[in-house]
Design a protein around this ligand. Structure first.
Ligand code: UT7
Length: 330
């Protein structure tokens, strides 16, 4: 039966790029700072190391580098861009958006640029937003960026959170698809987005301009987040498969949010996705929130795993709670 919510892709991915700070923080480094061990971190999360932004290196710096890399990969210049949607929970300033800083540094003076706040699900929300705006004819070619400096909101004395996160940025260029002509057109096939604020106290930052007039630190009830993450992932992926009339057998790659290898393994198993289809970067990057999916996409595209025509499933869950999934033919 034909699914009437399914339309030909409005947008396709034209390029991907990423940026990481130079400084590597290993588990051994952390064991010298708090009461933890490499063995505990690796066995509970899969994380071996993460990158930490240098003093003065901001989210916008990483975002700009990732954006330029994605433009280079697409063979485009900033003049070709008329929309920037940037997902972050660690903006340079409360306002203006980090997106307008990136827009200005790229020398773009047309179109629009704004940030999206959906924490670890931010990239999936940003990509779906850019796709919808292009589908509506409001823009032709977008930079969709996930960029974070979570090191700035960590409590470095709290071993239950400070070992989990890292800094980085990734970006894709999303452009209007050129219409049909093939039964398997490249582009964004289907998306599902969700949120439920009933869970807002399980993963949050204990500060903000309106409440405390401080930036605050990240706080998390890890086990509760863990349990929700697996069931939310399975639900939203099943929904996006149903929308696209596809199944786990139809995908070439699963690129989940990289929070914890145990969450990824368990979700993939429940969904019937073979381990060799799963892209994993959590061991090298830790949890980079909105940056984790585009960082993983860039790694797998650069090393030749993700190729043109491959069906790629993106999925994320994070603070809010928010969660979502996107299916794209690369
Ligand atoms: O990106 C958004 C989504 N975020 C996530 O998906 C994170 C979800 N949660 C998790 O990944 C896991 O819950 C954690 C990795 C955060 C924790 O793993 P866990 O298996 O749930 O451990 P736990 O919280 O049950 O803690 C087990 C023990 C505790 O000690 P006791 O009470 O058993 O004596 C903790 O105090 O491990 C202790 N512990 C640590 N020990 C060494 C907690 N953190 C550490 C640490 N090093 N860093």
């Amino acid at each position: 039966m034909q699914n009437d919510t399914l339309r030909p892709p409005a947008t396709r991915i034209a390029g991907v790029g990423s940026a990481l700070p130079a400084r590597v923080l290993t588990n051994a480094d952390l064991a010298a700072m708090v009461d933890t061990s490499d063995e505990w971190i690796v066995s509970r999360t899969g994380i071996e190391e993460r990158r930490i932004a240098a003093d003065g290196e901001c989210t916008s710096d990483l975002a700009e580098r990732a954006a330029r890399a994605a433009l280079g990969d697409a063979g485009l210049t900033p003049d070709d861009i008329d929309l920037i949607v940037l997902a972050t929970a660690t903006p340079d300033n409360t306002f203006p958006s980090t997106a307008v800083s990136v827009q200005h540094r790229l020398g773009i003076t047309r179109g629009a640029a704004f940030d999206v706040a959906a924490v670890c699900s931010g990239f999936v929300f940003a990509m779906t937003t850019a796709d919808a705006l292009i589908a509506q004819g409001l823009a032709k070619r977008a930079l969709v960026i996930g960029a974070e400096t979570f090191s700035r909101i960590l409590d470095w004395e709290d071993r239950t959170t400070c070992v989990l996160f890292g800094d980085g940025a990734g970006a894709v260029v999303l452009e209007a698809a050129e219409g049909a002509g093939t039964d398997k057109p490249r582009g964004l096939i289907a998306a599902c987005l969700r949120s439920d604020g009933a869970h807002k106290d399980k993963l949050y930052v204990d500060g903000g301009p309106s409440s405390t007039q401080t930036v605050g630190h990240l706080r998390m009830r890890g086990q509760e987040v863990f349990r929700f993450a697996v069931s939310a992932t399975v639900d939203v992926v099943e929904d996006v498969f149903a929308k696209a009339e596809m199944s786990a057998d139809d995908i070439d790659w699963f690129v989940p949010h990289q929070a914890n290898k145990r969450i990824i393994d368990s979700s993939a198993k429940k969904l019937g996705i073979a381990p060799e289809k799963v892209i994993l970067t959590v061991q090298k990057h830790g949890n980079t929130s909105a940056a984790s999916i585009p960082l993983a996409l860039a790694a797998a595209a650069e090393d030749g795993r993700i190729k043109r025509g491959d069906v790629v499933l993106l999925e994320a869950m994070g603070g809010g709670f928010t969660w979502g999934a996107v299916l794209v033919r690369w």
